[in-house]
Design a binder for this molecule. Structure first.
Ligand code: HEC
Length: 479
């Protein structure tokens, strides 16, 4: 609604009221005989004036919402992060001409909360720093604009365009690790998951404040991770550098014994790229991620062929911590389960996974990961005191693998049982279900299922990340 117009109308109403009120008060205060007939006339005038103004306001309100003045600021803040050239939103919303054809789709997408993608229930508002939901006012602006026929308004009302970082959203990396050459991705077929070793051989210990995986070709990269491979790890030992490689042995080598002093080098997720996740910051509570001297990078890659031959050369950008960290950030498969069976046709099958923390840690980030049949997710901390706390609850949509960053990392004392509860719809009602007629078990393909919670923990600089969970459990898994 046009705020100037409203002010003007309200001003007129107030003016009228005060003139008549003064008149009335003068009479009563002076104890003059009050002419009730006159009072009625004045009162009626006031009511009429009010009604006229409100009516004018109501009639003018939708028309007063314009693209440049009201809608563009909302798009800048909530939508252009993805809806601009080179990002994942399929159409840009930078100009009126680009946005106008989508007006009704925008209204529907925000009303159904499909956009912007954010799935935590509203009661968790304010718990996460990367929250994307619209405020009621922003919703109202978009709605009023579309109702009014999506008027353009005056271009001089537009806020200046946002200067988005081109490429890296973490800022200019201190180090970029990329494939040594382009990979050819065939036009068709399911390309299995594969890994690529890059022998960085970090010359010294480093602490990392942020990291970001950027696909070279976002059309064909479905999701990927950059792992830190600690020195002397047997994992991918025989892999040729810079080639897709499927390790014959288990994905994850057993933990190495660490040096007796200093932070323990471990296999750690440096950064992930998923629809809705790419840049990761580790600076909450003065933390940073540790890369030991001699470490390498392993990309774990999932391509989705597009129907024509494609090429890709992806990379991970790293920003080094400016100051010595006071805590350590460690990313892991927090909890998961591989032993479940979802019956054919089940509409609300529940799968629970859990693990008990062996040392105190702070939970900074969680990314639920399931496949096509999953519909909701909940994460609960069962404290040793007997109390329970729901840390996150919301819908799950396979098309978005969102991570949730706790504004205040949650302190989980030793002995806390962390539990996830997910529900799956394996019936024909689920439009994403590739086959409602079969029972579904754990497996790496999208047509199989998973129930995983990737987690970012903050621990002491000298604490052992591998001591968080019982030795060997939970296993790190391939997404
Ligand atoms: C995190 C990235 C992201 C953000 C933020 C985002 N979008 Fe989208 N949007 C997408 C992607 C990707 C698609 C295409 C896939 C889909 O439809 O889910 C899409 C699709 C859409 C569509 C088409 C929906 C349909 O049903 O075909 C509309 C309309 C839309 N977005 C509007 C918005 C608006 C308005 C905002 C801000 C209030 C917004 N989006 C914020 C990524 C985003």
């Amino acid at each position: 609604m046009n705020a100037d117009l409203v002010d003007q109308l309200l001003g007129e109403v107030n003016g009228e009221i005060s003139v008549h009120m003064n008149q009335y008060l003068t009479w009563t205060c002076e104890d003059s005989p009050v002419d009730s007939g006159l009072q009625t006339v004045y009162a009626a005038t006031m009511v009429r004036t009010l009604a006229t103004c409100l009516l004018a306001g109501a009639l003018l309100a939708p028309a007063a919402v314009t693209f440049h003045k009201d809608v563009l600021p909302v798009l800048q803040q909530q939508c252009q992060g993805c809806h601009r050239p080179g990002e994942i939103g399929p159409m840009p919303f930078l100009t009126y001409a680009q946005t106008r054809p989508w007006a009704k789709a925008i209204r529907d997408a925000v009303a159904s909360r499909k956009m912007p993608p954010w799935f935590a229930d509203p009661e968790y508002k304010g718990h996460f720093t990367n929250e994307r939901s619209l405020t009621p006012k922003q919703l109202e602006i978009l709605n009023a604009w579309v109702e009014a026929g999506a008027p353009e308004g005056n271009a001089s009302d537009a806020p200046p365009p946002v200067r988005f970082a081109t490429g890296w959203s973490i800022g200019k990396p201190d180090l970029i690790v990329e494939y040594p050459h382009e990979l050819e991705i065939p036009a068709t077929g399911t390309m299995d998951q594969g890994n690529m070793l890059i022998k960085v051989n970090f010359p010294k210990d480093v602490w990392v404040s942020a990291a970001e995986v950027r696909p070279g070709n976002a059309r064909v990269v479905h999701h990927m991770k950059a792992w830190i491979r600690p020195p002397n790890s047997p994992w991918m030992k025989d892999a040729p550098e810079g080639e897709m490689y499927k390790p014959a042995r288990a994905q994850f080598a057993p933990p190495e014994d660490g040096p007796s002093h200093g932070p323990r080098p471990v296999q750690d997720i440096l950064a992930k790229y998923n629809p809705g996740v790419n840049a990761m910051e580790f600076t909450n509570s003065g933390a940073a991620k540790f890369i030991a001297a001699g470490s390498d990078i392993v990309f774990e890659i999932h391509y989705a062929p597009t129907g024509k031959p494609e090429k890709d050369r992806s990379r991970v950008g790293i920003i080094f911590a400016k100051d010595a960290p006071v805590q350590r950030y460690f990313t892991t498969t927090g909890i998961n389960t591989t032993s479940f069976v979802i019956p054919a046709g089940a509409t609300n099958h529940e799968v629970r996974a859990e693990a008990v923390l062996q040392t105190e840690a702070k939970l900074a980030w969680v990314q639920p990961h399931m496949h096509l049949r999953a519909k909701d997710y909940e994460l609960i901390a069962h404290y040793p005191s007997g109390e329970n706390q729901v840390l996150l609850k919301g819908k799950f949509d396979f098309n978005w693998q969102l991570g949730y960053e706790f504004a205040k990392p949650v302190v989980l004392p030793k002995g806390t049982r962390i539990e996830s509860i997910a529900h799956y719809d394996n019936s024909g009602n689920n439009p994403w279900n590739p086959n409602p007629g079969i029972e579904v078990r754990y497996g790496p393909q999208t047509t199989d299922e998973m129930s995983v919670s990737f987690m970012g923990f903050i621990i002491g600089v000298q604490d052992d990340p591998l001591a968080l969970f019982p030795r060997g459990r939970p296993r790190q898994i391939v997404e």
